[in-house]
Ligand binder design. Structure first.
Ligand code: DX5
Ligand code: ZN
Length: 219
């Protein structure tokens, strides 16, 4: 039921060549392109916004998995829908109105995701789980690529997977941060099925690295 999906993060790609980088991701057989949006406020780094996503859209048929590390994400829902985002995932820590914001994402025609920072408990999203298509468990602190995987997050993945089963829900569980050919298998075992990888994929030959991740998943 929960099929594995690989989501290379364009944050680790060459920003002057998005078209080429998107083609490399397409050719690797990945399911998603993970697109990290940072506002320099919610996280101490700036990446790019909806207009850049709109420019990327004609160059890829893959699912655009947009991860918004921004304060008050509700103000960007319309612009991301127009830009061609398929999934819009927002941080529970970034808005006092998480329930309403998720409703608005769905009303705008996108899939809705909610994301937890490493220090944020699963209990903070218990009452919005019925609304979401995806729960993203951060396995590093958001803001930068290339950080080390936080092993304590495996327990959190197990906790959300158990809660999903208890509630009879069907959202995907995504992990993001420090995912490589070793950590990916640990997160799958804990219950994740969508795997974001930035530096691991782009530090080598994209197609080969994605194939290695796939092998690690299939044991
Ligand atoms: C971190 C971002 C990640 C990042 C992951 O804030 O949300 O998506 O690209 O990068 P790696 O895989 O290098 O940890
Ligand atoms: Zn991300």
């Amino acid at each position: 039921m929960f099929t594995d999906k690989l989501a290379p993060s364009i944050l680790a790609a060459d920003y002057a060549n998005f078209e080429t980088e998107l083609k490399r991701i397409d050719a690797s057989g990945s399911e998603y392109v993970h697109i990290d949006i940072m506002d320099g406020h919610f996280v101490p780094n700036i990446s790019f916004g909806a207009d850049v996503v709109a420019s990327m859209r004609p160059h890829s048929k893959l699912v655009f998995d947009c991860h918004l590390m921004v304060s008050n994400p509700e103000q960007y829902i319309e612009s991301f829908a127009r830009a061609g985002a398929d999934i819009m995932t927002i941080h529970v820590e970034a808005t006092p109105h998480i329930h309403g914001a998720l409703q608005k994402i769905k009303a705008a025609g996108m899939k809705a995701g909610v994301v937890l920072n490493p220090g944020t408990p699963v209990a903070s999203i218990t009452h919005v789980l019925e609304l979401v298509d995806q729960v993203l468990i951060m396995t590093v602190n958001p803001g930068f690529g290339g950080q080390a995987f936080i092993p304590e997050m495996l327990e959190k993945i197990e906790e959300i997977a158990k809660l999903r089963e208890q509630k009879g829900l069907a959202f995907d569980i995504e992990v993001d941060g420090g995912i490589d050919d070793q950590t990916i298998a640990l997160t799958k075992k804990a219950g994740a099925n969508v795997f974001v990888a930035g530096s691991y994929v782009f530090k080598g030959d994209v197609a080969k690295r994605v194939a290695t991740l796939r092998e690690a998943l299939n044991g």
